[in-house]
Design a protein around this ligand. Structure first.
Ligand SMILES: *[C@@H]1O[C@H](CO)[C@@H](O)[C@H](O)[C@H]1NC(C)=O
Length: 344
């Protein structure tokens, strides 16, 4: 190499050569390239993480050229319905495949990688992130130096779905937008066509029936039953249970036999629990309707009074059950109902 003609140029050349020969740049490129290859070989874009791969990624100096999202999985816990691991995993894959679909070019794809890691294969990874309970999803921003303390655990409790929670977390921490989620349709095309054919065949019959004035729609009882159903449906939190896919009940883990219908702790509700609460509310609602619409027309004052007192007592009992249940679940005390134990 010819001696530099002046000091400034020589320094620049030296820095340039140092940059070229530093192992950092090249190894980060090669890891990104192999992650990209793994990403495109997986149908949903989720890469199986293992201890070796994590060590390679972790060896890169931060900031790394990409962010990671890791789903911690345990095959042997898939049968535990209260953890809902299979559902969460498929939602996770859905976010990953949507991210790929919304980012067709390789450059933006390689800014964010989705991983799943199995506890039986990769115990060191679980230990590094200090993951002891499942479900557990973590975002590792590119700048994170320490995997555990600089990464963020996804908290899905305040979101109606894991997909929303992940989208929000990724966007707020990395600035990358996952984009619209491409959910597979709930009803297939064939089912849709069958339903439409059925509707077309049934329509003339339904119209004739409606015109005759003697259909179910003209029955008062249909509407009453419908109203009670809608009321029951809402007060028992059925929508919550459907969205969260809450199990009807859970079996006690310690003896594997005791069936638990109620779950202690706010924010979690089992299906049966919702229905029992919904039933109590409906009893009160129906009694109120009975008092307002039927009892007021009873001529015999004695029967009217007895029924009124019974209705009041039954409603009071039902509401008391609800208040006790709420207190047991959340510790919240409603003073109007708690005079018995006010000394506590
Ligand atoms: C870890 O994952 C990498 C990439 O998928 C793979 O090449 C390697 O064989 C895996 N190692 C082990 C021990 O499973």
């Amino acid at each position: 190499m010819a001696p530099p003609t002046n000091g400034g140029d020589g320094l620049f050349l030296l820095l340039f050569l140092l940059c070229l020969s530093t192992p950092r740049g090249s190894s980060s490129n090669s890891i990104t390239a192999s992650l990209s290859a793994l990403q495109s070989s997986s149908s949903s874009g989720v890469i199986r993480l293992n201890d070796t791969l994590l060590r390679r990624i972790h060896s890169l100096p931060s900031p790394r050229p990409f962010h990671l999202v890791v789903f911690f999985d345990a095959k042997k816990l898939h049968s535990r319905s209260e953890l809902a691991l299979p559902t969460l995993k498929s939602e996770f894959s859905l976010v990953s495949s949507s991210f790929l679909a919304n980012n067709p070019d390789n450059k933006s794809r390689s800014l964010l990688f989705f991983f799943d890691v199995e506890v039986e294969e990769s115990q060191a990874t679980f230990a590094l992130f200090d993951v002891n309970t499942l479900p557990h999803i973590r975002l590792v921003p590119s700048a994170a130096a320490d995997l555990k303390s600089d990464s963020i655990k996804l908290d899905a409790a305040h979101f109606s779905s894991l997909v929303d929670a992940m989208g929000e977390l990724i966007e707020s921490e990395t600035g990358i937008s996952v984009g619209p989620i491409n959910r597979p349709p709930v009803v297939s095309r064939t089912q849709m066509i069958l339903v439409m054919v059925g509707a077309v065949i049934w329509a003339p019959y339904a119209v004739r029936k409606l015109a005759s004035g003697k259909s179910m729609v003209h029955e008062k009882s249909t509407w009453m039953a419908g109203a009670v159903f809608v009321y029951f449906f809402s007060v028992s939190g059925t929508m919550f249970n459907i969205i969260r896919k809450a199990p009807m009940f859970i079996v006690d883990r310690r003896d594997g036999e005791t069936v638990m219908l109620f779950y202690q702790g706010a924010g979690v509700q089992l299906g049966a629990e919702g229905f029992i609460v919904g039933f109590l509310y409906t009893v009160v609602g129906l009694l109120l309707a009975f008092v307002c619409h039927v009892l007021v027309r009873v001529r015999d004052t004695k029967w009217q009074r007895i029924s009124m007192i019974l209705a009041l007592l039954l409603s009071w009992w039902a509401v008391r059950q609800l208040i006790y249940l709420n207190n047991w679940k959340t510790g919240y005390r409603s003073h109007a109902y708690w005079w018995r134990s006010a000394s506590h």
